[in-house]
Design a protein around this ligand. Structure first.
Ligand code: ADP
Length: 243
């Protein structure tokens, strides 16, 4: 393909897991800087994120990130896309902060002395030089989430995928991380069930049962989503009473 597309492109991409169609064929071109994927539990958000990150292959159709196939070209994908999982404990692999931060850069092929110099520079810039040799277990959950963000940013991906990035953090930590995300130049794709998180997005895509229920500005999509969730909640309450 001779064109140079700087975004994320899905063409009739579908996902089947355990014999179940989890994502229906989706066709999307994502070029905005702040993109939200909104949906209730089980709607397919995490699956879409994993598909874009190349952690799973589409059952049919194609996925391209800056013209790269993220599933087959892992090395190129590491520079194009970073992913921040909901729980830092699913992400952290190494006992110390220094080793954790070094891992991605070593995978990108940088020599170890250069990697360690970069890691120490980054920690110093963040005012966290004293973290280098600290065991990851000595950090709070918010600090571990911050560590994961630092390790993603160190790899300089042009797009970062965020999975419920603020879930489970206390309010001051949420505010601090939200400010940090806001200031990033990178493209952010955030998945969440919480419409409030996406108020400042350029584009919101509402997923329902593996299909796109709505796609537009936050002003268009968020009130409709909130109204539908309230309607479903009220209907379930009625069903409970009837049962
Ligand atoms: P969300 O992130 O919106 O909560 P998911 O993408 O995690 O949704 O899941 C979407 C649907 O796919 C759910 O119905 C879930 O049960 C199903 N699912 C997820 N992973 C698997 C799997 N490995 N095998 C079978 N079904 C799965």
């Amino acid at each position: 393909m001779p064109h140079h597309f700087s975004g994320i492109e899905l063409h009739a991409a579908s996902v089947t897991l355990g014999g179940k169609a989890v994502l229906c064929p989706l066709t999307l071109a994502l070029t905005e800087r702040r993109i939200g994927i909104l949906g209730r539990n089980g709607s397919g958000k995490t699956t879409l994120l994993r598909l874009i990150a190349g952690l799973i292959a589409p059952a049919a159709g194609t996925v391209r990130v800056e013209c790269i196939d993220p599933f087959t070209d892992r090395k190129a994908t590491l520079s194009a896309i970073g992913i921040l999982f909901q729980s830092p404990d699913h992400q952290i692999l190494f006992p110390t902060v220094e080793e954790e931060l070094a891992f991605g850069l070593i995978q990108q092929g940088l020599p170890r002395p250069e990697v360690l110099a970069k890691v120490h520079r980054a920690l110093t810039v963040e005012g966290k030089a004293h973290w280098a040799k600290a065991p990851v277990t000595a950090l709070s959950q918010g600090q571990r989430q911050y560590l994961c963000l630092m390790s993603v940013l160190l790899m300089r991906p042009r797009t970062i995928l965020l999975d419920e990035p603020l879930a489970g953090l206390d309010l001051p930590t949420q505010a601090r991380l939200a400010r940090r995300f806001h200031a990033l130049a990178e493209r952010l794709v955030t998945i969440t069930h919480d419409p409030a998180t996406l108020a400042g997005s350029d584009r919101v895509i509402w997923l329902e049962a593996g299909q796109i229920a709505a796609d537009g500005t936050p002003e268009q999509v968020l009130p409709a989503f909130t109204a539908e969730m309230a309607r479903i909640g009220a209907r379930d309450a009625d069903a409970d009473l009837a049962g």
